[in-house]
Design a protein around this ligand. Structure first.
Ligand SMILES: Nc1ncnc2c1ncn2[C@@H]1O[C@H](COP(=O)(O)OP(=O)(O)OP(=O)(O)O)[C@@H](O)[C@H]1O
Ligand SMILES: [Mg+2]
Length: 271
C-alpha cells in the first residue's frame, strides 16, 4: 500500500501538490492523485478531511494556494467554474439542483440549452428546442416514461437521476459527485450507482468520450460496491490509495476511519 499515486500513462485528471489553507487551518496539505479515463474514483475520509475543498478546487469554485490540476494535460488552475465546466467537468450536488416546477423534459432541455449556449436563457426558448436529445438523456437514466411529469412530484431517488441526466447534457469527460446518494434509500442508492457504473464502463454512445467519475461518499456500501479505486483523505493528506480490497485491509485506514469491525467484501453489493 502506498500513498503515492501510480502514475498513469494518459490520465484524464492529474493532480499534484494541491494545497489550500484557511487562515491557520490546513485544509489540503498538498495532495497527489491521477484519474484514468472511464474510472470511478471514491474520495473518502472523516468530516473535515478536505474532500469538499478538493472538489471546490478542482471545479474552480476555490482557488488553491499551490499545486497543479490538469485535465488531459490542460491546466485548470485559475479558470472559472464556467470555463472548467466548458472543458468537460460537470458536477452534481449533495442537495439535487433541479427546477421543481418544470417537467423532467424541460429540466433536461434547460441543461442542453445551457450546454450549447454557455448560459441559461429565457424560458420561451426552451420550448423551441429539439426534444430528441432530451428524451435520449432521460432514457439513459431510466426516466423517459416520466418525461411530462413535474419534477417536484418525483421521489428523491428520481430527482437525483434527473440531476444526473442534466449533468450529462454537457457531455462531460469528468463528473464530480458530492455525496451522490445522500438522503436516498438503499435500493435507490443501488439504482443510481448502477447507472453511474454503466455510463463509465459501457458508454452507450460511442461518440462520447469515456466518462470518469470522482465522488465523495459516507456510505461504505456505495464506496466499496462501486469504486474502481479509493483515495483516503485525513487532515488534508492522502493516507492511502488503492483498490477496494487494498483499502479495506489497510491497518491505518481501519484504525483512522473504517473501524476494526468493517467487513469486506460483504460490503460489496455486487458479485
Ligand atoms: N470556507 C472555509 N473557510 C474556513 N475553513 C474552511 C472552509 N471550508 C472548509 N474549511 C475547513 O477546511 C477543512 C476541510 O473541510 P472540508 O469541507 O473540505 O471537509 P470534508 O472532508 O468535505 O468534510 P465533510 O465530510 O464534513 O463534508 C475543515 O477543517 C474545514 O473546517
Ligand atoms: Mg464535505
Amino acid at each position: 500500500m502506498t500513498t503515492a499515486p501510480t502514475p498513469l500513462a494518459k490520465p484524464l485528471l492529474r493532480v499534484r501538490g494541491l494545497a489550500k489553507r484557511f487562515g491557520g487551518n490546513v485544509a489540503l496539505a498538498g495532495i497527489d492523485f491521477d484519474l484514468a479515463p472511464g474510472e470511478i474514483l471514491a474520495l473518502i475520509g472523516p468530516n473535515g478531511a478536505g474532500k469538499s475543498t478538493t472538489f471546490n478546487a478542482l471545479n474552480g469554485q476555490l482557488l488553491a494556494d499551490a499545486g497543479t490540476v490538469e485535465l488531459s494535460g490542460q491546466s485548470l488552475l485559475g479558470l472559472s467554474p464556467q470555463a472548467i465546466w466548458a472543458l468537460g467537468v460537470a458536477r452534481t450536488f449533495q442537495v439535487a439542483q433541479t427546477f421543481a416546477s418544470m417537467t423532467l423534459l424541460e429540466n433536461v432541455q434547460m441543461a442542453l440549452l445551457s450546454a450549447k449556449s454557455g448560459l441559461f436563457q429565457a424560458w420561451e426558448s426552451v420550448h423551441t428546442m429539439d426534444t430528441l436529445e432530451a428524451h435520449d438523456l432521460l432514457r439513459q437514466v431510466g426516466l423517459d416514461e416520466l418525461s411530462d411529469q413535474v419534477a417536484k412530484n418525483l421521489a428523491y431517488g428520481d430527482v437525483k437521476r434527473l440531476e444526473l441526466a442534466m449533468a450529462l447534457a454537457s457531455k462531460p469527460r469528468l463528473l464530480l459527485m458530492d455525496e451522490p446518494t445522500a438522503g436516498m434509500s438503499a435500493s435507490e442508492r443501488l439504482v443510481l450507482m448502477g447507472l453511474i457504473r454503466d455510463l463509465t464502463h459501457q458508454p452507450q454512445d460511442p461518440s462520447r468520450a469515456a466518462l470518469s467519475v470522482l465522488f465523495t461518499e459516507h456510505s461504505m456500501d456505495v464506496v466499496f460496491g462501486f469504486a474502481d479505486r479509493i483515495l483516503v483523505l485525513s487532515s488534508g493528506q492522502i493516507i492511502a490509495q488503492g483498490s477496494p480490497s487494498e483499502i479495506a485491509q489497510n491497518p491505518l485506514v481501519q484504525q483512522s476511519y473504517l473501524g476494526a469491525s468493517f467487513q469486506y467484501p460483504n460490503a460489496r453489493p455486487r458479485a
